[in-house]
Design a protein around this ligand. Structure first.
Ligand SMILES: Nc1ncnc2c1ncn2[C@@H]1O[C@H](COP(=O)(O)OP(=O)(O)OP(=O)(O)O)[C@@H](O)[C@H]1O
Length: 301
């Protein structure tokens, strides 16, 4: 488990990370989402132990990360522009990472390289941006470090590649408890990969929730009440996050699971009632509107 407790980091007068506390549990894919400049890279760098927090503590499986080899071996960090030695090939990078990560799996590495159609002998500086990201991911996965920190690594990967990496993640999670942490500025890049999402905004955490919980605990309802009395009864006792009324048609976003919501409306006289599924975008918009943010413009554009 990665535990970030009350962590802050400033660069002169820029407070990049402001009192952040987040727990990243094992066996989940954690998505760290936020706008450009929200502090994602800074958080990941501190978790990787390459940058020191000004305040607060970060531990990986109970071990403090900064300046601690034991913790660093558990973490592989892929920067937003993956770094490779000048003029190197994948073979040379494999040799380097094999010395750093003692359990580096060379067999898997070369098998995946072949499956992904990446040439192990070609200079990496002739690779496309997406190919460099794939290579960085393969190095990270094959390092067999428990935590794989990916900074914008999935943004821009084509769907086939995403699917390929997703299935490798699933396999490695199952077989050895790989725990990927993926930072992105775009929710759409994360929604099919992550189990848990932490939303960073202006250096602070706006929310951190399991996607399944989020999906199960917010419903969208459309209804037309029979009369004023049923309208009053229908609206009472609901935890309404958002309410719109067009003519007599209500569109409500409410907290609670589907069964609770349907059961509430079964006691009310309605002319029309429908419980609709919400997309992840709608859920995020509702969750962040509640805390006073218009996230639409920020992470969905
Ligand atoms: N080395 C640095 N020196 C000065 N300021 C920095 C440094 N690194 C980050 N910052 C500042 O800290 C803030 C957070 O930056 P960070 O790179 O962590 O954000 P981010 O969420 O990863 O953004 P992006 O999505 O654009 O990569 C920004 O205001 C940035 O300008």
């Amino acid at each position: 488990m990665i535990e970030i407790n009350n962590v802050s980091k400033a660069f002169e007068d820029i407070l990049a990370v402001d009192d952040v506390s987040v727990t990243m549990k094992e066996d989940t894919v954690f998505g760290l989402i936020g706008t450009n400049g929200a502090g994602k890279s800074t958080v990941l760098r501190m978790v990787a132990g390459v940058m020191k927090a000004d305040k607060g503590t970060i531990s990986v499986d109970g071990i403090s990360v900064y300046d601690n080899i034991g913790a660093k071996e558990r973490v592989f960090f892929i920067a937003d522009e993956p770094y490779f030695f000048a003029n190197s090939t994948a073979v040379e990078m494999e040799k380097y990472f094999s010395t750093i990560y003692k359990e580096f799996n060379r067999n898997d590495f070369y098998t995946y390289m072949e499956n992904f159609g990446l040439d192990k002998k070609r200079k990496i500086n002739t690779f496309s941006k997406g190919m460099k990201k794939q290579l960085a991911l393969l190095c990270g996965i094959c390092s067999r470090s428990k935590y794989l920190l990916c900074d914008e690594t999935f943004d821009g990967l084509d769907p086939v590649m995403r699917q390929g990496i997703k299935s490798i993640f699933a396999k490695e999670m199952e077989s050895r408890g790989l725990t990927p942490v993926i930072a992105s500025h775009n929710l759409r890049e994360l929604e099919d990969i992550c189990d848990h999402v932490g939303l960073l905004h202006k250096g602070g955490v706006l929310l951190s929730k399991d996607l399944e919980d989020m999906k199960c605990n917010i419903q969208k309802v459309q209804c037309v009440f029979k009369d004023e009395e049923s309208e009053k009864k229908g609206l009472e006792g609901l935890q309404i996050m958002k309410e719109e009324k067009r003519g007599s048609l209500y569109t409500l976003t409410v907290r609670g699971n589907r069964e609770q919501t349907i059961s509430h409306f079964s006691t009310v006289d309605t002319i029309f009632f429908e419980a609709l599924p919400l997309s992840l975008e709608e859920i995020f918009i509702s969750e962040t509107e509640v805390v006073g943010y218009d996230i639409k413009k920020l992470i969905l554009s």
